[in-house]
Every structure is written in C-alpha cells, then in structure tokens.
Design a binder for this molecule. Structure first.
Ligand code: ATP
Ligand code: MG
Length: 353
C-alpha cells in the first residue's frame, strides 16, 4: 500500500469499463502489473469516464462494468493490500487537469494520433467524432501524470498515447519553468498485441472477437473453433503456415512448454498436423489457465460489498494523490487561489476559497 514516504517507482494503468477483461488484457498488461505490484507503488484505474467517450448513449453499460472489471482484477491476483484500485469518475482532479492540459494540445495533433485514427475508423464515427473521444488522450495524460507514474505497462496500441502524454508533460514543465510533472515510459510485454480470434485486429472488448477471462470451457471451445488459421491448409497432410495463424499466436502467448510449441510448429510446416489437433491442444491450455480464474472470480462476485469497500478505500487514497498533483500544476501555471488573490487589485479579501 502506498504511503507518503513511498520512494518506489509509480505504476499507473487502467482499463475502460466497457466489458469484462479478456486474454489480450492478460497478455498485454495484467501479467506485467502482477509482476510489478510488490516492487512498485501501483495504481489501477477503472476508466469509466474514458469508456463514456464512445458510449454516451449507454451509460448503464459503463456502470455495470465497473464491478465486472474489478472482479477480473481480483480474480487474476491483484492484491488490494498492495495495489490501489480507484474509480476514474470519482476523482475530480483528473477532470480539472484535463481542462488545463487541453490548452497545451492542438486539435490537429490529436487527429494525427495513429491509435485515435484507427479507433475512429473502427467505430465508424467518420466526421461525427464525439469531442470527448478525440480528446481522451489528453484525459489519459491527466490520469498518468496525476499519479506521477513513470512506468505504464500497456499493449502496443497505447504507445502513441504515452508519447502524447510526454509531450504535454514537457509543455507544462516548460511553462512552469520547473519539473512539475514527470515523463512516463510505456512498458510493453512480450505479447504487446494479441489478435482477436478472427485474426483481423487486436482482441478488443468492443469488437466481439475476445475470449474473456471469465470464459467457460464451452465458450473457449467455441472461440477456439472459429479461430483463424491458414486458409490454404485444407488437409492435415498439407504443409501449413504458422505466421499469422492465430492458433499458434495464442500457443506462443499461453503455452508454458516452449519446446512443445516448437515441435508443433515444425510438424505443421512440414505437413501432417491438422488444425483440429492444434486447436484441441490450445483449448486444453486455455481451459487449464482460465478455470481457476473463473472460479475465483465467481467467489469474489458473490461478495460485491467487499469489492465496493476495496474501490472506496482505493478511490479515497487516489483522490488525495491526484488533488496534490493538481495543486502543483495549478501552482506551476500561477493559478492557485493565492496567485489570483495576489494579482487582484482589491487585495486578499477579493477571493475566498
Ligand atoms: P475497448 O474495445 O473498449 O477499447 P479494449 O479491449 O481495447 O477495450 P482497453 O480497456 O482499451 O481494452 O485496454 C486496456 C489495456 O489493455 C491497455 O493497456 C491495452 O493496451 C491493453 N490491451 C487491450 N487489448 C489488448 C490486446 N489485444 N493485446 C495486448 N494488450 C491489450
Ligand atoms: Mg481499447
């Protein structure tokens, strides 16, 4: 648990509360978060405000999924005794920092962000992009900097957003004339972009191509069954291609026995190993990995009162940290109450808190 005397590097990550977490989250980010939670001062943000930027017509979806994502965190082993879990919408300092940062970013810079460009296209917004969506990289910069995070373990799609954050950090620090904020580093895992089961894009909650961490064996079987393989590998005896074959991408990501996967790849390339067999093996591996997570999740979900108390405690802690940073940024920009009062021709009584 972070304390005022904590000198460990700070880690901040978050997840949009658009649905339960999936294998892409585990491989791309959660696994690293679990590895960092003892040695680092770690915060996890349930990003409900960011989720609203493309779900304004369905706020109940966002609300429902706050607890679902929290269940996932606890089920995979996030320890609320050492990691702080907070709800984004309950941290008003983040909204205020976003407003301040918005003045240090141009619209054309936001429009050039490759992640935002791709997401706008995927969501079919065309020219009707919600302003909140276009600006969510600014809000994300507020999230990261408010905690003074230096390490952000994320998937590949997040790299341009961390670059955007660091640009804002440099501009604010230049304006303040001192290092008020710190730059952050995107820490990518070995599997920085897990594809969806269809092999088309990255696995995403919003794209219907995900295997959730709470998947039952039947759901896993169904998802593995429709996984994209090599379309030219018609008979088991045909030589097949491993590159771009989603089954092998998942075996690489989740199988513990690397030698077994190497032997399967060699046999597949040579000819003689059918898709049915590779899929059945992947299915076994995923069931063995996800079964304990699903069972733990069911136990945790049976006690939502406990989970709410974890979020309440974490949000309270995060509120103090983010308020302190907001005050420093305001001071850096000359916008504290004291600055304004000093500048007032009417003297100290002109403004009260
Ligand atoms: P949405 O479709 O609502 O955007 P998402 O599935 O993309 O949801 P996010 O909440 O946007 O999930 O992402 C949370 C974190 O998980 C980010 O760090 C992101 O990079 C990582 N992540 C998400 N999907 C993948 C993936 N398929 N491979 C690797 N990392 C991923
Ligand atoms: Mg996303």
């Amino acid at each position: 648990m972070p304390t005022n005397l904590d000198t460990r590097p700070v880690v901040l990550t978050g997840d949009r509360t658009t649905g339960p977490l999936h294998l892409g989250h585990y491989a791309g980010s959660l696994k690293s978060r679990l590895a960092l939670q003892e040695s680092h001062c770690q915060y996890l943000l349930l990003a409900d405000l960011q989720a609203l930027t493309d779900n304004a017509d369905d706020p109940s979806r966002i609300r429902r999924n706050v607890l679902e994502v929290a269940f996932d965190y606890l089920a995979v082993g996030v320890d609320p005794g050492v990691t702080t879990i907070a709800v984004q919408s309950q941290l008003p300092a983040l909204a205020e920092l976003t407003m301040l940062y918005m003045n240090f970013v141009t619209v054309s810079r936001l429009e050039r962000n490759p992640t935002i460009k791709a997401e706008i296209q995927l969501r079919g917004f065309e020219r009707d992009v919600p302003a909140g969506f276009l600006c969510y990289p600014v809000a994300q910069a507020a999230d990261i900097t408010a905690f003074k995070a230096t390490v952000v373990p994320v998937g590949e799609d997040q790299v341009p957003l961390i670059e955007q954050t660091n640009e804002i950090v440099r501009r604010i620090n230049r304006q303040a004339g001192r290092p008020v904020l710190v730059e952050a580093e995107a820490r990518l895992s070995r599997v920085a972009r897990l594809p969806g089961v269809d092999g088309k894009g990255k696995m995403s909650k919003s794209q219907g191509n995900a295997i959730p961490l709470s998947a039952t064996p039947d759901m896993i079987r169904e998802a593995v069954g429709r996984m994209y393989t090599d379309p030219n590998h018609l008979r088991a005896s045909d030589p097949g291609t491993v590159e771009g074959n989603v089954v092998f991408t998942y075996l690489d990501a989740f199988a513990e026995d690397e030698a077994e996967v190497a032997a399967m790849k060699a046999a597949y390339r040579r000819g003689g190993l059918g898709d049915m067999v590779t899929k059945r093996r992947l299915e076994e591996i995923l069931v063995a990995f996800l079964d304990p997570i699903r069972k733990r999740r069911a136990e945790i979900a049976a006690d939502p009162g406990y989970v709410l108390s974890v979020l309440d405690e974490g949000t309270r802690r995060a509120r103090a940290v983010t308020q302190a940073t907001l005050h420093e940024v305001r001071a850096g920009l000359g916008l504290t109450l004291a600055d304004l009062t000093l500048a007032s021709a009417h003297g100290p009584r002109a403004l009260t808190a």
